[in-house]
Design a protein around this ligand. Structure first.
Ligand SMILES: Nc1ncnc2c1ncn2[C@@H]1O[C@H](COP(=O)(O)OP(=O)(O)OP(=O)(O)O)[C@@H](O)[C@H]1O
Ligand SMILES: [Zn+2]
Length: 285
């Protein structure tokens, strides 16, 4: 059996599966304090005594550099109480089994790469547009990163001429996350993103930011596929707008796969992250 944790800034999901990754139990609870959350995690996994490994995909930033003294920590998160929290260490104190550790988006990327929309590809990039924006990428089976993991949500982009919003990123104001995350929409209009009309002008503006980001990722990494998930992508009209603007912005400068197969939503849907967590567990053996 494998265990997986999708550690989100809003909620945690824990699951256990068999060797074929078939999930037979899953629970979800809100991200309150680390103490409360750990208690719930232990309560869930402690009922199983046959778990061989656990995989964790966590919100961040996190430390994934094995030789670092703070390896396994959630580091500079603005999320109250979670700053410098030794998440992996606490898990290892309680469970003496291999525990895989990476970012939530790397985990989702792994899910799509191994059993989702990118199974036929040697590389893919996964981006989530939710409460925050983050991205991870896998090339030939390996996550990209070095001194740390990528922070694809905090890249700088050109403002849309019809957008005078200052942005919500506590670090950069109007970076990609500052301008295109769910909370940025909510702050602009005073209502949740899901409450706006499908033909609202914000979707075009949002798409222009995501298209710019996809151009940058394309030029820097040249992945075979870009998968965009997260709550905001539940607006089905965004994807086509992104593809359209991406094609215009790239201006045929470099060759990319046909836009319909290049920029896609996750085949695993909202299960990409937890599936990736199970794969992380499997791969850690
Ligand atoms: N149908 C929708 N249309 C537009 N925006 C949506 C829709 N559903 C959810 N959202 C927005 O998506 C954001 C939440 O994203 P998501 O569900 O991916 O959570 P998350 O950021 O992954 O949370 P966690 O931190 O728990 O992982 C919220 O800002 C919400 O307003
Ligand atoms: Zn930022």
């Amino acid at each position: 059996m494998f265990g997986a944790i999708e550690a989100g800034g809003t909620k945690f999901v824990c699951a256990v599966s068999d060797e074929e990754l078939k999930i037979f139990e899953r629970v979800s609870f809100p991200t309150t304090t680390p103490e409360e959350v750990l208690e719930k995690i232990f309560e869930f996994f402690d009922t199983y005594n046959d778990i061989k490994a656990i995989g964790i995909g966590s919100f961040g930033p996190i430390d994934i550099v094995e030789k670092s003294p703070t390896y396994g920590y959630i580091t500079t998160t603005p999320k109250k109480g979670w700053n410098n929290f030794n998440f992996l260490g606490k898990m290892k104190e309680h469970y003496n089994i291999p525990i895989g550790w990476t970012t939530d988006v790397n985990a989702a990327c792994l899910g799509e790469y191994e059993v989702g929309g990118a199974v036929d590809n040697d590389s893919c990039l996964y981006l989530t547009i939710g409460t925050g924006i983050g991205g991870g990428a896998i090339f030939n089976g390996n996550f990209i990163g070095g001194f740390g993991h990528p922070e694809m949500g905090h890249i700088l982009i050109k403002k849309h001429p019809q957008d005078d919003f200052e942005g919500v990123c506590p670090y950069h104001g109007d970076c990609l996350e500052g301008l295109a995350s769910g909370p940025s929409i909510e702050k602009r209009y005073g209502v949740k993103a899901q409450e706006l009309e499908t033909d609202h002008k914000i979707w075009e503006i949002l798409a222009s930011y995501l298209a710019q980001a996809c151009v940058s990722y394309t030029l820097i990494l040249r992945p075979e596929k870009i998968i965009i998930g997260g709550g905001v992508m539940h607006q089905p009209q965004i994807l086509d707008l992104v593809k359209e603007q991406f094609t215009t912005l790239l201006a045929k400068y470099v060759e990319v796969p046909d836009a319909d197969s290049y920029i896609v939503t996750p085949t695993l849907g909202d299960n990409a992250g937890i599936t990736g967590g199970l794969l992380l567990a499997k791969n850690s053996l």
